[in-house]
Design a protein around this ligand. Structure first.
Ligand code: OSB
Ligand code: MG
Length: 374
């Protein structure tokens, strides 16, 4: 298969609720859609997930789109590909820049699945028809507003709740939620807000029966996570640390965690994600699908991945209406008894809702891939 052209659509949609983490706030979802068209006119889609600031990982939307245009798309020019894995291989000379690679690679997967007249889920060996999902709640101003929000999401049917924490917005918040909902599947995500000096506080979290504590320490810190895991009963889950299979192997061998929040964007796309999934299953590490507040295209890729049998823990893959007044896809993802249905149409199984997308589009750019660049 050859690729004819790419279209880069830059859009920004307002979030229904401000999303606050230990490192900052997001009011909108700012992203690019990468549309790739092959020589038969089949279009596939990927979503560039990097955030505007280099605070979650090193990449930003600006750096990532530059890598896409200058280094990744030119690698597709006038080459014949027999499988998406070949595209992953041809990108391997580019160090880091996982989100840029994932956006293009995932568009390639969508094109191949559509060309083979299969759903993406089926193409990657996923068998579930629907997936259990959870909700990730940003840091709230008060304990009361957090408890109220948890109640709302629980009533909507979310099966697992993740609460963002940071120093001074931790014990009292988790304690209040646990007291109100003794049986809720509950976890906390620190986004690297703590260090070894906070040990007593992190140990205090051990009493609330949390499923896991996500990323308490620094984003390159495997050693101190291992030190902490040895002293906690609660599982540690790594998010920011994990960019590749090698990172998972390192975490496993050091004992840095017992669970992995797997994000397609953070590990460079589907090929790496599937390797990590296999490794986790073989080594008794919990693997579950995280989120980046994706618009509908990114969400569709997550749903396909989470439909694989290894994903037994509900992902951060909520319904479209948990994030946005309107999503850029049709049909939107809706919650049914705490679950999202896995689309069975060809490829990602959802299409762009052009009316909605147009409203929020900032720029569109076309790049020819068949006779050099436009
Ligand atoms: O740490 O998992 C995270 C959102 C932005 C940046 C980092 C994280 C998150 C989430 C959101 O937790 C999960 C979702 O998409 O619902
Ligand atoms: Mg996280």
């Amino acid at each position: 298969m050859r690729f004819q052209k790419a279209r880069l659509i830059h859009a920004e949609i307002p979030l229904l609720k401000i999303f606050k983490t230990s490192y900052g706030e997001l009011k909108t979802k700012d992203f690019y859609i990468i549309e790739l068209m092959n020589d038969a006119g089949i279009c596939g889609y990927g979503e560039l997930e990097a955030f505007p600031l280099p605070d979650y990982t090193e990449e930003t939307l600006e750096t990532a789109i530059l890598i896409v245009k200058q280094h990744l798309l030119p690698n597709l020019v006038q080459k014949d590909f027999a499988a998406p894995e070949e595209v992953h291989q041809i990108f391997s000379w580019v160090q880091g820049n996982e989100m840029a690679k994932a956006a293009v690679e995932l568009a390639v997967w969508d094109v191949f699945a559509k060309a083979e007249k299969k759903s993406l889920a089926k193409m990657i060996g996923a068998t579930k028809k629907s997936i259990a999902v959870g909700v990730s709640i940003g840091i709230q101003d008060s304990v009361d507003s957090l408890v109220q929000l948890v109640e709302e999401y629980q009533n909507e049917g979310y099966e697992r709740v993740k609460i963002k924490i940071e120093p001074n917005k931790d014990i009292a918040f988790i304690k209040a939620v646990r007291e109100k909902f003794p049986k809720l599947s509950l976890m906390a995500d620190a986004n690297s807000a703590y260090n070894r000096e906070d040990f007593t506080l992190l140990k205090e979290l051990d009493q609330f029966g949390l499923e896991m504590i996500e990323q308490p320490f620094g984003v390159k810190d495997f050693v101190n996570h291992a030190w902490l895991q040895r002293q906690l009963n609660t599982r540690i889950c790594l998010d920011e640390n994990i960019r590749s299979l090698e990172d998972v192997q390192q975490a496993h061998l050091l004992g840095s965690c017992q669970a992995i929040n797997l994000k397609l964007a953070r590990v460079g796309g589907m090929v790496e994600a599937l390797k990590i999934t296999r490794y986790c299953a073989e080594n008794d590490i919990i693997v579950w699908c995280g989120g980046m507040l994706e618009a509908g295209i990114g969400r569709a890729h997550n749903v396909a991945l989470a439909a694989r049998a290894e994903f037994n823990f509900p992902g951060d893959i909520s319904a479209s209406n948990r994030y946005f007044h309107e999503d850029i896809i049709f049909p939107e993802f809706t919650l049914e008894q705490g679950r999202l249905n896995v689309p069975d149409g060809y490829g990602i199984g959802v299409g762009l809702n052009h009316n909605v997308l147009q409203k929020y589009t900032k720029t569109t750019e076309e790049i020819l891939l068949n006779k050099g660049r436009s």
